[in-house]
Design a protein around this ligand. Structure first.
Ligand code: ZN
Length: 87
């Protein structure tokens, strides 16, 4: 099948579809974090069995959430004090 659905404007997870990339079955998407990413039609619709929902930062966010819940996260020094991290 060669039809392509118009996905522009659609929001998939952190991604917002901006426009189709001419000549490709791919779409230019902007992630919540500001990163632009090319994502194939299949990956946006999930027809390939897997949906792309971010530029990759979503899994990083999830990891951060997990670390927050973890008493022994790498954010702590060995003596138990908290490391001061610039944010
Ligand atoms: Zn991102």
């Amino acid at each position: 099948m060669s039809y392509t659905r118009d996905l522009s404007g659609r929001e998939v997870g952190y991604l917002t579809v901006i426009e189709r990339i001419p000549g490709k079955k791919k779409w230019l998407c902007r992630c919540k974090c500001g990163t632009l990413k090319e994502v194939s039609t299949q990956r946006l619709t999930g027809s390939a069995g897997r949906i792309t929902k971010s530029c990759g930062c979503m899994s990083n966010d999830l990891r951060k959430e997990t670390n927050k819940l973890n008493e022994f996260s790498p954010g702590r020094n060995i003596d138990g004090s908290y490391r001061t991290k610039p944010k």
